[in-house]
Design a protein around this ligand. Structure first.
Ligand SMILES: NC(=O)c1ccc[n+]([C@@H]2O[C@H](COP(=O)([O-])OP(=O)(O)OC[C@H]3O[C@@H](n4cnc5c(N)ncnc54)[C@H](O)[C@@H]3O)[C@@H](O)[C@H]2O)c1
Length: 105
C-alpha cells in the first residue's frame, strides 16, 4: 500500500507516452498508469496489438490513442514529446514501479 501511495504521488497528473500500449503488456501498463492518476497517450501501429485492448479507456479525457509506427512518425513523436512529462529512463522506471505498485495493492 505504501508503494501504491508513493506511485500515486509521483504520477498523478503526469502525461506519459506508452508505445505499444495496445499490446498485452502495454494495455495493462496503461490501466495501471490511469488508475494512478497519470494522463496517457498510446502510440501503437496495431501490428500485433488490438484496439479492443484499449477500447475501455477510449472515452476518458485523460487517455488518447495515436495509431502509428514509432519508426515512421519521428515528426509526430517529437510533437507528442513536447506535450509529455517525458524523460525516457524516468518514464521506464516509473512505468515499472507503477505496474508493480498497482498489481500489489
Ligand atoms: N494472456 C496472456 O498471458 C498473454 C496474452 C498476450 C501475450 N502474452 C505474451 O506476452 C508477451 C509479450 O507481450 P507484448 O505486450 O510485449 O506483445 P504485444 O505484441 O501484445 O505488444 C506489442 C505492441 O507493440 C505494438 N508495436 C509493435 N511494433 C510497433 C511499432 N513499430 N510502432 C508502434 N507500435 C508497435 C504492437 O502493435 C503491440 O500492440 C509475449 O510473450 C506473449 O506471448 C501473454
Amino acid at each position: 500500500m505504501k508503494a501504491f501511495r508513493e506511485a500515486v504521488t509521483r504520477l498523478k497528473g503526469r502525461h506519459i507516452l506508452v508505445t505499444g500500449g495496445a499490446g498485452f503488456i502495454g494495455s495493462n501498463l496503461v490501466e495501471a498508469l490511469l488508475e494512478l492518476g497519470a494522463r496517457v497517450t498510446v502510440l501503437d501501429d496495431l501490428s500485433t496489438g488490438f484496439e479492443k485492448n484499449i477500447e475501455e479507456f477510449a472515452s476518458r479525457a485523460d487517455f488518447s490513442f495515436i495509431q502509428g509506427d514509432i519508426r515512421d512518425s519521428l515528426a509526430d513523436i517529437s510533437t507528442i514529446q513536447q506535450q509529455l512529462d517525458y524523460r525516457p529512463l524516468y518514464t521506464f522506471e516509473e512505468g515499472i514501479a507503477a505496474y508493480l505498485a498497482f498489481s500489489k495493492r
